[in-house]
Write a protein that binds this ligand. Structure first.
Ligand code: MD6
Ligand code: FE
Length: 228
């Protein structure tokens, strides 16, 4: 018999079982930490305004708007495609420094011997979504991607290594932290929808919607020079 919707794993709590390499820390950031992080993110966005990335080829804009912090940022446009670059595509200025909180979270959770180089900031206004995709524009595919959710609740969809593989879905709440690592690093995933009335408001001038931050290592760590 179907269980009542209120207790459905798709709607609340932990998904039944996460595949190896996927970790989910519910409410890893408490309310105070979420506000501190949001403050830092709003400061980044004042220096590096949200831009609308475009699909390679068609030039169709994503519904999600983006910015970055750190030495590298992920961008996409019709002519250049998906890539990392050290400057904002519209202002031409270097990305703002990565907030220390984010570097610390990576050091605590990522189990990788080098710091993240890009913090990709995704902003979902009500109605925005992100189609199933794989994050594979990084050279350092041995490094995990660590993701932090803020603001509105979203439904995350997680698939397999092939687009047509079975998927599971679960909700991401503000303060949740999700890791895709190891054998799950190249799994398909996306955001089906956000729930603008659930979760927490964002600071002005955004007010509503969802922010997701993904921390990425782009290039392999520099090996130490041999001493002999
Ligand atoms: C999002 N997240 O939560 C989109 N990518 O808005 C991602 O695309 C993502 O959560 C790689 C690893 C974790 C993620
Ligand atoms: Fe992704």
């Amino acid at each position: 018999m179907a269980r009542p919707l209120l207790f459905d794993d798709r709607e609340c709590g932990m998904p039944p079982a996460l595949p190896q390499g996927v970790r989910l820390w519910r409410a890893r950031l408490d309310a105070a930490a979420r506000w501190r992080l949001l403050d830092e993110i709003m400061a980044v966005l004042r220096q590096a305004p949200l831009f609308a990335p475009r699909m390679p080829g068609s030039g169709r804009p994503f519904s999600v708007r983006m910015s970055n912090a750190g030495p590298l940022g992920w961008v996409s446009d019709a002519a250049g495609g998906y890539r990392y670059q050290p400057i904002h595509p519209e202002t031409g200025r270097p990305w703002p420094a990565m907030p220390q909180m984010l570097r610390r979270l990576w050091a605590e959770l990522a189990d990788y011997p080098a710091p993240p180089q890009a913090a990709l900031i995704n902003y979902y206004a009500p109605g925005a979504r992100m189609g199933l995709h794989v994050d594979n524009d990084e050279e350092a595919l041995d490094a995990p991607v660590l993701s932090i959710s803020l603001g509105a609740v979203a439904r995350f969809r997680l698939g397999g290594l092939k687009r047509r593989d079975r998927t599971i879905s679960f909700l991401l709440h503000p303060g949740d932290v999700l890791l895709l690592a190891g054998p799950s690093r190249l799994r398909y995933h996306g955001i089906d929808r956000i729930f603008p009335d659930r979760g927490e408001p964002l600071p002005a001038p955004l007010e509503e919607g969802r922010i997701n931050i993904t921390l990425r290592r782009v290039t392999p760590p520099q090996p130490l020079p041999a001493r002999d």
